[in-house]
Design a protein around this ligand. Structure first.
Ligand SMILES: [Ca+2]
Length: 310
C-alpha cells in the first residue's frame, strides 16, 4: 500500500466516524437517514442498548440498527396525531361475501375452533369475527415493516427533530396542549413497543425486518402489538414458539387475550362489548365484531338444527 492510499484511507475513516456510528463489522449505520437526523438516531440507539442491557446483547442491537433496511418516516407520527378510528368503514365487514367466507372458515376449522373455545371459554364466532375484521381471515396483515414503524414513532418523540417536520403541516397544531400530550404518549408508547419488539425478535431469532404489520405496528393474523404478543401470545400447536402468522397460534392468542381480559361466554352483550373494546378501544369495532358473531352463530345454529332434523 502506498502512503497516499494509507492517508486516504485514514481520512475516510475519520470522516465516516464523524457522520456515522459503525457497528462491529465496520458497516455504516443509519445509512438511509439524513445526516442531520443521525445524531438523534444514535442517541436513541444508546438509550435502547441501556434499557435492554439485561435482555438483548449490544451486538444484536447494533447489527439490527446498522441494517440497510432501517428507515425513518416522520409521517407516521403526523398520521397518528390526525387518525380517527371511528371513521373506518366497519359496515363492509357485514357484507354477505365476507360473512360467507367466515362461515366457511368456521366449517373448515371446526375441530380447532371448538377445542380453543372449550379451552379458553370464548365463543368461536367472536374469535372468528375478530380474525375477519383484523386481517380478513389472515389475508391482509399489513405491509409496513414493524421495526421501522416503532423506530420512526419513537424517534419523532424528540421534540427538536419532530419540529423540523411540522413547518409544512397544517393539520397538526403543536401549540395545542392536547396534541402535545397525545404526541408524547404516542412516542413513549412506541419506544416501549420498540423495546418489546427487539426482545421478541432476538428471542425468536426472527429477522426483525421480515415482520410486516399495520401502519401503527400491529402484526400477525390477530394484529397484536409487541406487548400483546408478550402477554397474550399463545403457542397452541406446541412447537415452542408463538407464531401469529399461523392459524392455530393466532386463534388461540385472540381467545387468550379475551379470556385474560375477563371474557365470559355466558355474559350479556354489553359486558362482552366492554371486553372486546379492550382488544380494540373503538366502539364501532366492538359493535361490528358482535354483530358478525351473532350472524355467524345463528347460521351455525340453523345448520345444526337442520343436520339434527335430517
Ligand atoms: Ca406455535
Amino acid at each position: 500500500m502506498t502512503w497516499g492510499l494509507i492517508i486516504g484511507f485514514l481520512v475516510l475513516i475519520s470522516l465516516s466516524t464523524d457522520t456515522f456510528v459503525e457497528n462491529l463489522h465496520g458497516k455504516k449505520c443509519f445509512a438511509n437517514l439524513k445526516e442531520e437526523e443521525i445524531p438523534y438516531a444514535q442517541k436513541l440507539l444508546e438509550r435502547i442498548k441501556q434499557d435492554l442491557s439485561d435482555k438483548v446483547p449490544e451486538d444484536y442491537l447494533e447489527k439490527t440498527f446498522c441494517r440497510r433496511e432501517l428507515s425513518f418516516n416522520p409521517q407516521i407520527m403526523l398520521r397518528s396525531l390526525t387518525w380517527k378510528e371511528a371513521k373506518l368503514p366497519y359496515s363492509q365487514f357485514l357484507e354477505e361475501t365476507r360473512l360467507e367466507r367466515a362461515r366457511k372458515f368456521i366449517e373448515e376449522n371446526k375441530e380447532l375452533l371448538s377445542a380453543i373455545e372449550e379451552h379458553f371459554q370464548v365463543d368461536k364466532e367472536v374469535i372468528t369475527a375478530i380474525f375477519l375484521v383484523e386481517t380478513d381471515l389472515g389475508g391482509k396483515t399489513g405491509k409496513h415493516t414493524v421495526i421501522n414503524t416503532f423506530f420512526s414513532l419513537a424517534l419523532t418523540g424528540d421534540e427538536d427533530l419532530f419540529k423540523r417536520f411540522l413547518s409544512n403541516e397544517t393539520e397538526v397544531d403543536f401549540n395545542n396542549e392536547t396534541v402535545r400530550a397525545r404526541w408524547q404518549k404516542r412516542a413513549s408508547w412506541a419506544y416501549r413497543e420498540l423495546l418489546n419488539f427487539l426482545e421478541i425478535s432476538y428471542k425468536n431469532q426472527w429477522d426483525p425486518y421480515e415482520i410486516k404489520g399495520s401502519i401503527f405496528g400491529a402484526f400477525g393474523y390477530p394484529q397484536f402489538v409487541p406487548r400483546s404478543y408478550l402477554i397474550y401470545g399463545y403457542d397452541w400447536d406446541g412447537d415452542g414458539k408463538v407464531d401469529l402468522f399461523s392459524v392455530p397460534d393466532a386463534l388461540a392468542s385472540i381467545a387468550n387475550y379475551l379470556q385474560k381480559e375477563g371474557y365470559r361466554k355466558e355474559a350479556d352483550r354489553e359486558y362482552k362489548k366492554k371486553i372486546i373494546m379492550k382488544y380494540n378501544i373503538s366502539e364501532p369495532y366492538a359493535e361490528t365484531v358482535l354483530s358478525i358473531s351473532e350472524i355467524l352463530k345463528n347460521k351455525t345454529l340453523v345448520q345444526n338444527n337442520e343436520s339434527r332434523g335430517n
